[in-house]
Design a protein around this ligand. Sequence first.
Ligand code: 13P
Ligand code: SF4
Length: 306
Amino acid sequence: EERFAADIEAILRLKCERNAVILAHNYQTPEIFHCVSDMRGDSLALAREAQDTEASVIVMAGVEFMAETAKLMNPGKTVLIPDDRAGCSLADSITAENVRALKAAHPGVPVITYVNSSAAVKAETDVCCTSGNARKVVETVAREWGVDRVIMIPDEFLARNVRNETGIEMITWPGHCEVHEKFTPQEIRQYRRMHPGVVVLAHPECPPEVVAEADYSGSTAGMMQFVAEKRPGKALLVTECSMSDNLAALFPATQFVRPCNLCPHMKRITLPAIRNALETMTRAVEIPDALIPAARRSVERMLDIR
Ligand code: 13P
Ligand code: SF4
């Protein structure tokens, strides 16, 4: 589109000048996702890409915790977040102090933390997980530690969904994604009545009652893979709105049925914000030196589980 052209041109030029890569989460708007990003994916893919990149500057078209994870993997590189208000209700729900209290109350129980968390919380964590590997991480940790119970924070719904899949007991924390907690089973049933044959895909940050109504539950990359393989005629993605917009461009034969909810944090990232980040080299993510080794270890342990 005409209105995007000048920003896109400037961003592509600045990327070369700065030796920068733009990593975009699947919830970024189509003009970011399709036109300026070098790599697109779910939280797990973005973390792996950050671990491997050879660029000197990483621009995270996503939210703060994703930029922090990229910085943990590359403490010597410049990692830019184009809008420093791009937070996350899950990351904001828990502090390092809260985690220390949980550990004191449950000694010897491993702490598995969703990557949607601050570096300070990751530093108190044994192993991180994402929605793309939560089941695998929980099963691996339970086996290796010889336990049938883990502390899984801060997303209560993700923890309960993984408990339903694995039977492993969870000590949870009452954190929720403000986007996914809004969906209801009634709403899904109503859409099934309105669109017979629709395939329903729900993100595991949704309440378990919503996941129970779905045909598939998985990370945003898992949803994309499902649509790519099964090519459903109609799909309902119970997740953030841009996910359907991005997949609609890739899979025109599938009709994407609403509802969806917007993530206000993801939507803070715009083409002008990315352009400004590359022009001014702000805001560069900083993590206190003292936190880096322990926080990084929890992410690396996750990435080692394949
Ligand atoms: P994934 O892309 O890892 O499924 O995560 C979803 C999310 O809410 C990130 O903010
Ligand atoms: Fe956080 Fe939910 Fe937004 Fe993802 S969609 S960044 S989990 S508030």
